[in-house]
Design a protein around this ligand. Sequence first.
Ligand code: FAD
Length: 571
Amino acid sequence: MPYRAPVDEFRFLYAHVVDLAALAGTERFAEATPETVEAILTEAGRLCEEVLAPTRRAGDTDPARLENGVTRTSEGFDAAYGAIAEGGWVAISADPEHGGMGLPMALTTAVNDMVSSANLALQLNPMLTQGQIDALEAHASDELKALYLPKLISGEWTGTMNLTEPQAGSDVGALRTKAEPNGDGTYAITGQKIYITWGDHDLTPNICHLVLARLPDAAPGTKGISLFMVPKYLPTEDGGPGPFNNVRTVSLEEKMGIHGSPTAVLDYDRSTGWLVGPENGGMKAMFTMMNNARLGVGAQGIGVAEGAFQHALAYALDRRQGASKVENATGSIVDHADVRRMLTTMKADIFAARAIALMCAVALDRARSGGGEDWAARAAFLTPIAKTFGTETGMAVADMGIQVHGGMGYVEETGAAQFLRDVRVTAIYEGTNGIQAMDLVARKMADGGEAAFAMLDEIESFAETARERMPDLAAPVWEAAETLRETVEWLVAQDDLNARFAGSVPFLMGFARVLGGHAHLMAAMADPEGPRARLARFYITRLLPQHAGHLAHARAGAEDLYAVSPDDLAA
Ligand SMILES: Cc1cc2nc3c(=O)[nH]c(=O)nc-3n(C[C@H](O)[C@H](O)[C@H](O)COP(=O)(O)OP(=O)(O)OC[C@H]3O[C@@H](n4cnc5c(N)ncnc54)[C@H](O)[C@@H]3O)c2cc1C
């Protein structure tokens, strides 16, 4: 079924939930006028509908493969990537000094969402390039910027991130790849990286790897890690791809989904690298890329959810099975209460997750346009929530999409299963959702919960205002925010971090539920007699109550969890 870009929903969220217009009032984002925003949304939507979405199935049925040392990509990906690059879509938020458009992350997030619906496997490629651009803009020398940024921003070359090694997954500090000074300002990089997304391909003449490695005598753990730019081909004087830089593709992983995305094992053998950021400052520099990619991965989850939802809705409107006596029956399975429940849950949760991702993006944009530390703290706080809730929504919605299809969801013919297989990895890469939640309750609450309380103040104050016109919707949101406030107070009082960690994922999910309630309430207030209010009522009545279970779990501490021993588990 053809994909339809949810341009109206972005327009609505920008206008009524995240106040995009406030950004156009800042010097940095003065270009983000209503006309530009409209042009970006409609043009990106058209690209996704007409050019990218038709290539999604080939990414599943015609996987990337390694043939005689050359990585070949799926049928149609070359032309589709070309359309992304030629249209200037790789990095619309990049700095205009090097060819970017300097537009807000709130727009990039919408574009990433739509491109992910259209073809997740392909979208990973420009998304990682975006993260690399962000890291180079913030940490690279002027020479590296001048050489690499124009080529990355135009899409002429692509970028990857190289953290993972067999013994260093979530524990990045365990990595062993070596960097030895060559004496001329460059470094010889030696080691093996695994799971490198788009680590090799035939779409562009060069691939730029950002690689984490250790200098001789570096401190153990994350403090002794440095970041290097290691291109596949060494750039020549005139900036073209020159000699091979000994970055060999050992193999491509066989995966559950995103078959069109080549996931490479890369071997570096005294490959030449250039330092990005200071020696031993690699984690800080890489975090710029990772934070960008975390929001991007959240948008991936939402985008796949949208694709799965549209697919399921089209099937449900067509499939006839059993009769329902409801008023205005269509005769299809959409009349059945349980099917209606699944489809409405899918739509309501996509709206909530999308609102949260845009809240995070706008906070980043506010911080970058001189809004101050509070916006930066909010963006940092919302990043793990946007990543985790976006991807959990992606998985739950894709799973429900299969259920709506019945048996036709389980056979490959309809394409419903691809959404679930593709989206499953989003909860794993860019830091698993468990690692995101730990970051939320530890580092992101090291401020004593200040960023969280500031958001809760806003949620409660909006609910107070809404109480007069929509008391039945406003009251549950206000009460949920109070329960969340008590949970934040409980968590910040726990000095034993494991007491926080034991319920960190439920806490994150509870927080997201409340943020979703807030976004739906804002939507209902803006469209009190229309479909937004009807969807908000469904969310606030049926989905928001889940926060109570999540938050009870979050406050339970670690003792009873560890009381169940590994022996008990095996019994
Ligand atoms: C398709 C794909 C593409 C990828 N692309 C890239 C890429 O481009 N670049 C790159 O560098 N990496 C990439 N990765 C690697 C990815 O980021 C890692 O798989 C991920 O970080 C988890 O590491 P791991 O697989 O070693 O799992 P582990 O770290 O072994 O984790 C296993 C489980 O233990 C949990 N766990 C681990 N440590 C802790 C802890 N301290 N506290 C609580 N729970 C913990 C995890 O949450 C998880 O549930 C990719 C992976 C895949 C599958």
